[in-house]
Design a protein around this ligand. Structure first.
Ligand SMILES: [Zn+2]
Length: 418
């Protein structure tokens, strides 16, 4: 019975045609999934198997919470930029801007996090995950994680962009043609669900129009525009989230218990003013997985549970393993496996911090500070167990610290929020 329900679920979820294209739609995920199913005879069966595995992981978490081996994850990222001369050539500053938005959104550090509709504030959820721009390439050489490919067709997402993929079991590949739909359009991006078939063929990841990624001289978005958070919508798909409006008002929905059904794919809400009761319930219009792209603020706790389970699928778990983080240069950001972090043996306060931060540690130590991209910033010497430092020149964002002592590597993180 369960298998039949799952079959029905995936059929309904993935056989829906793309919702009306005459509205501004940030994501063409469903059309891409339909294409994927048409072109790959085994894809539907694989999707069903993945959903079954995912539900089993969720059930194990619910009955044995300690099975969540860690509550923090680091995902190495490579960004492929497709350009022709200056056409489509996003620079590093803009690339990092988009990555910063992605990390802030997932960690509940986005501007809208403290301004959520009271109807949904109690169920908002964050995931302790860091998307880290890789510092080591598949051959073991240093990289800045931003790879340029000069290709006149690929600028328009034409041709085989997957030929440039880095190992999908080691890196989240994000592809940046200038346009994802062959030319100027309102479609911004699409992403692939977890799939071992996809990863085996290096045919997964996220495709994203570079003119709507982050803020910068190549972006058409105004600073602060919530449309930039479509990156979090796509990463949600990459971690197996469906649209909140999947299956309309039917009971199947998006396979998440706490997201109310809605018809959000076919209607436009007005910014964050949510007057939509399209399925008789208050629509969670500020959800990252809606199409309400001018107002993106939150995942629900149910969505976070589903994404956490997806991180344990065979196509995702290898990415955040300690061995892979060391192989890709992202291990400095991994606070999960350290046996001291989060105990009272190392304290950081205040956190979030504005201008001055204090560390408390049991012994004299040198703390190395890294930004969210794994780049070293500076080090602090902690003496007398308690030292304060001026960080007024730090930009808003997440920062990591680590120290090596004889027995233990101690790590942690703090947030600068001014
Ligand atoms: Zn989508």
């Amino acid at each position: 019975m369960k298998a039949r329900i799952l079959t029905l679920l995936t059929l309904v979820v993935f056989s829906n045609p793309i919702f009306s294209q005459n509205i501004e739609s940030p994501c063409s995920h469903e059309a891409i999934q339909n294409r994927h199913l048409e072109q790959n005879p085994n894809a539907l069966e694989a999707l069903e198997a993945t959903e079954k595995a995912l539900q089993e992981i969720i059930q194990k978490f619910r009955t044995n919470p300690e099975l969540k081996s860690q509550s923090t994850y680091v995902i190495p990222v490579v960004m492929h930029v497709f350009h022709f001369g200056e056409l489509g050539k996003m620079d590093m500053e803009q690339a990092l801007s988009g990555l910063e938005i992605l990390n802030q959104d997932f960690n509940g550090l986005n501007d809208g996090w403290n301004d959520i509709d009271p109807a949904f504030d109690p169920i908002k959820g964050s995931l302790d995950i860091t998307f880290c721009l890789a510092m080591i390439d598949p051959d073991g050489n240093p990289t800045d994680g931003l790879i340029y490919h000069e290709d006149e067709q690929a600028v328009y997402n034409e041709g085989d962009l997957f030929q440039h993929a880095w190992d999908n079991y080691k890196y989240l590949n994000i592809y940046f043609p200038k346009y994802t739909q062959g030319g100027p359009s309102d479609f911004t991006a699409y992403a692939y669900y977890p799939s071992t078939i996809g990863s085996d063929n290096n045919a997964g990841g996220i495709f994203y129009s570079s003119i709507r990624w982050g803020f910068g001289n190549h972006s058409i978005l105004d600073e602060g525009d919530d449309w930039a958070s479509v990156c979090s919508h796509e990463a949600g798909h990459w971690l197996n989230l469906a649209h909140t409006f999947s299956n309309g008002c039917s009971g199947l929905g998006d396979s998440v218990d706490d997201t109310p059904p809605c018809l959000g794919g076919t209607i436009e809400l007005s910014g964050c003013e949510n007057n939509d009761f399209s399925c008789g319930e208050h629509t969670n219009g500020s959800n990252f997985m809606d199409y309400n792209h001018r107002c993106k603020k939150m995942f629900t706790q149910g969505q976070v549970e589903r994404m956490t389970a997806a991180l344990f699928l065979p196509s995702r778990a290898p990415l955040w393993s300690q061995a892979n983080l060391e192989a890709t240069g992202c291990s400095n950001l991994n606070t999960a496996n350290d046996n001291i972090y989060s105990t009272n043996q190392i304290r950081t306060f205040p956190n979030p911090v504005t201008n001055q931060i204090t560390f408390e540690i049991e012994e004299t130590a040198i703390l190395n500070i890294y930004n969210v991209h794994g780049q070293f910033i500076e080090n602090f010497v902690i003496k007398n167990k308690n030292s304060s430092f001026d960080i007024s020149n730090y930009k808003n964002g997440i920062y990591f610290f680590s120290t090596m002592t004889k027995e233990n590597r101690k790590t942690g993180k703090f947030v600068v929020n001014k």
